[in-house]
Design a protein around this ligand. Sequence first.
Ligand code: ADE
Length: 382
Amino acid sequence: MTIVPSNPGNPGGFKQAGPKAERARPPAGAARAGRAEILSARESASDRKVEQSLRPLRLVEYIGQTRIKSMLEMSISAASARGEALDHVLFYGPPGLGKTTLAHVIANEMGSRIHMTTGPGLERPRDIIGLVHQLEAGDVLFIDEIHRLSRVAEELLYPAIEDFVIDLTSGKGQATRTMRLPLPRFTLIGATTRAGMISNALRDRFGFVCRLEFYDNQELSCIVRRTASILGVDIDDSGVEIIAARGRGTPRIANRLVRLVRDFAQYKGRARVDAAVASEALDTYQVDASGLDHTDRRLLEILIDSYGGGPVGIDTLAATIGEDSDTVEDVYEPFLIQRGFIQRTPRGRVATPGAYRHLKRQAPSLQLNLDMLQDQAEGGEP
Ligand code: ADE
């Protein structure tokens, strides 16, 4: 696989991480280390470098997402046998679950080059034209944050995806001319955390639409063990379990925790990471036994203590913790919902009995439970 940067100044047009994204150093200031540095599923600049070395290259090395893997295995093998490009693929799901990694794995398995870009990086028609111009037969074109493509870019892409042609327009008004140019057959891989923001017209053009799920503890343990081995961290099973249990079902976070625990162990002069070292390290970073950090707990506390357990609108909740609503919806909330700490209802977010138990608060009243059941029966918020 060859990676072809689509923009030499900023390969792939990826957002540059700001200074907040620097990795924390234990133990000085460890308790103050921000969420963006530890438990955010968003990719920081330091993650990007390390993740490249940790990324599985082939499907056999890829842990978890079993259903998607077996489907890809069959389709890649069939497409390769026919000498054709793989059908277009859309990956969606919370950040950090492996959408980019799977795109690289597909390119490797197909023996193809991969061109990396983002939705916002393809703002003008000439961005798209320049990009598709570089494509060769069988290449993979990876568009991250594909839900952020402009309308113009999306419409230029339709014939490129569907019929492998691109319409070039020149002139203005009555002198406008359109020229249709053929393109080699390529595979578009789109990735998004926001499937709901993709138009039906775009979604329908993907042959495979795959939702990535959170990883269970066993899968995350395998990933932690693999990462520790690549990084040369001596860790026993009890240490692996602690890190996996606090990794929020997200490889990017689990891998970051491995690095934090490694740094902590080194600072403390502990040669081997066991349960005690891992727990002490993660306690220092305020990552609790369920993988919740300071911000998660604040979110639940506000919901329970300030709003009687909800329902509270997402905008109100986000404003109270000083985040924007998109960040709460994309980054924080999916895990809290998946672990059963909050629920979405038509009237807003509601704390579950599990959230009360986790924060050691008195259980909600019978009436609140009944309200929640009623809301659920009416269908959750989209
Ligand atoms: N590193 C990050 N994600 C991984 C995965 N799914 N399998 C193996 N290693 C990984």
